[in-house]
Design a protein around this ligand. Structure first.
Ligand code: BGC
Length: 507
């Protein structure tokens, strides 16, 4: 039975989009989402590798020495700018790459952008696995970053564009699901290779080639999105693709709507300039803010540095990697919760619930460490177990909310005319703030100590207020009707949508 989705056609009355969840759309979604595996594997692997002795001894001997000095300050032993630069150089490269990727996405399509992503990433993997000096490591990571920038730009857009409206959230979250699977697999790899001396770290970095190969081969067989085909004036192919992914010939209403969106998009010669107009402000602000807030949950303090963090609070090497594996499983399973719920309970509900859960857990972790972890002692076993439990509760709430929705919401709110350009701002904001946190976290921990958890807790309060007052619900709204149905209806954002005002401000 095809699912019928009601969607008002505006003043003219109501129309229906017919679309079932075809096997084809699911396969395309699963393949494209492997772009998330590359991103996730990398997030998980860098923290693991940077806590492996063989790796530290070869590239960061100063950190290696400090780590092994018995009485080194608990909160400061990993604080080293070069070590942080290894983790974070990728994100700077991805930041710049996402703007280039946005142009390629518009001109040559989402599919080609994904292919390019996998190739950059593969070359980066080879350099990293074969590295004999820091330069090879950093250049390799920059290429990985270009791959991630391209993939993170193209994949979520691809998923949102191929999805039938009533499962758009679920299909888009396949990307984040793959991110979490990537992190989880990386955590297991970290754990297994940490006992392979002295080249375990090379294996860990080299295995990043597997998801890249998957995306490279997979993206040869998937279809381009109907929107991108029609946008590039391949009308017949676009219509045929729409029929194929929807599994029905009755696609006229949706086709008409895409044509209309493309028509509007074509009138916009410079999408980036157009983004600066008043009427683009709501989507732009939301896209950027969702990503900035996603990073200020503090998630990557945990994801990148989980093994380092657990060592800091007194776990031994293996135990800390194992704890990171546990948080990895929680991350994957909780993302599945989001896939199931996002199109039912809506985006706002998930985000707000998570704000509550994250606030409580951050404050509790901070409180426990404040009381129990001094500069040179170790946490008792019982207390350490509590910290792991709290970290898991924190990760689970992130995983069904700010994690996936940070990517989903910006991919579905822009009109086609500014979609790829606007989305590039979302990707680059993610990368910029991931960089900031990656670069600053170890030093912040050294200075703020347990207070770092209160710092993130304060951000979570701000995020909750933002959702309550300024984030509209986008569940079940067709992607090309957001302006009419969402922005023009919102108590605050509607003031930006007045076309006359827009003209006045753009002269
Ligand atoms: C974020 C990453 C984070 C990951 C954790 C992603 O959505 O962008 O920064 O590490 O989720 O699962």
């Amino acid at each position: 039975m095809p699912a019928m989705v009601m969607s008002n056609a505006g003043p003219g009355g109501a129309k229906k989009f017919e679309g079932k969840i075809t096997i084809y759309v699911v396969i395309c979604g699963i393949i494209a989402a492997t772009g998330g595996l590359m991103f996730g594997y990398d997030i998980g692997i860098s923290g693991g590798v940077t806590s492996m002795d063989d790796f530290l001894e070869e590239f960061f001997p100063a950190v290696f020495e400090r780590k092994h000095k018995a009485k080194e300050d608990n909160y400061c032993k990993f604080d080293n700018q070069n070590l942080q630069l290894f983790t974070s150089s990728l994100y700077l490269a991805a930041l710049v790459a996402s703007f280039v990727a946005s142009k390629i996405c518009t001109k040559h399509g989402r599919k080609l952008t994904m292919q390019a992503a996998s190739i950059f990433f593969l070359v980066g993997v080879i350099l990293n696995a074969a590295a004999v000096n820091i330069a090879m490591l950093i250049i390799g990571r920059i290429l990985l970053g270009v791959g991630v920038g391209f993939a993170n730009q193209a994949v979520p857009l691809f998923l949102s564009e191929i999805a039938p409206v009533h499962v758009r959230g679920a299909l888009n979250i396949l990307f984040q699901l793959d991110v979490t699977i990537g992190i989880f697999v990386a955590n297991i790899v970290n754990y297994l290779v940490s006992n392979i001396h002295p080249w375990g770290w090379r294996l860990a970095l080299g295995l990043a080639g597997v998801p890249a190969m998957m995306l490279c081969l997979g993206s040869m067989v998937i279809a381009e999105t109907r929107t991108s085909l029609i946008e590039r004036e391949m009308l017949m192919e676009g219509l045929a693709m729409l029929k194929k992914i929807r599994g029905t010939d009755n696609v006229d209403a949706e086709y008409e709507e895409i044509l209309h969106a493309c028509e509007m998009a074509r009138q916009v010669k410079q999408p980036f300039k157009n983004l600066m107009k008043r009427s683009s402000r709501p989507q732009l602000v939301i896209a950027i803010v969702m990503q900035v807030f996603q990073q200020f949950t503090g998630i990557n303090a945990i994801m990148f540095y989980a093994p380092v963090l657990f060592q800091t609070i007194g776990f031994k090497n293996d135990a800390s990697l194992l704890s990171a594996v546990i948080t990895g499983i929680v991350n994957v399973l909780s993302t599945v919760v989001s896939v199931v719920l996002v199109d039912k309970v809506g985006r706002r509900f998930l985000l707000l619930e998570a704000c509550g859960q994250m606030l409580i857990t951050q404050v509790a972790i901070g409180g426990i460490l404040l009381v129990n972890l001094k500069a040179t002692n170790e946490l008792g076993h019982g207390v350490a177990v509590w910290v792991v439990v709290l970290v898991c509760l924190f990760v689970s709430s992130f995983a069904w909310s700010w994690g996936p929705l940070g990517w989903l919401i910006p991919s579905e709110t822009f009109p086609l005319a500014t979609r790829t350009a606007g989305y590039a701002f979302a990707v680059s904001s993610n990368m910029l703030f991931t960089f900031v946190i990656a670069q600053a976290f170890l030093s912040m921990m050294c200075h703020l100590r347990a207070g770092i958890f209160f710092f993130f807790g304060a951000w979570i309060v701000v995020m909750g207020l933002f959702v309550i007052f300024l984030l509209p619900e986008t569940k079940n709204v067709p992607i090309d009707e957001m302006t009419e149905k969402v922005w023009k209806q919102h108590w605050f954002w509607k003031r930006f949508m007045d076309e006359e005002e827009d003209k006045k401000h753009s002269v």
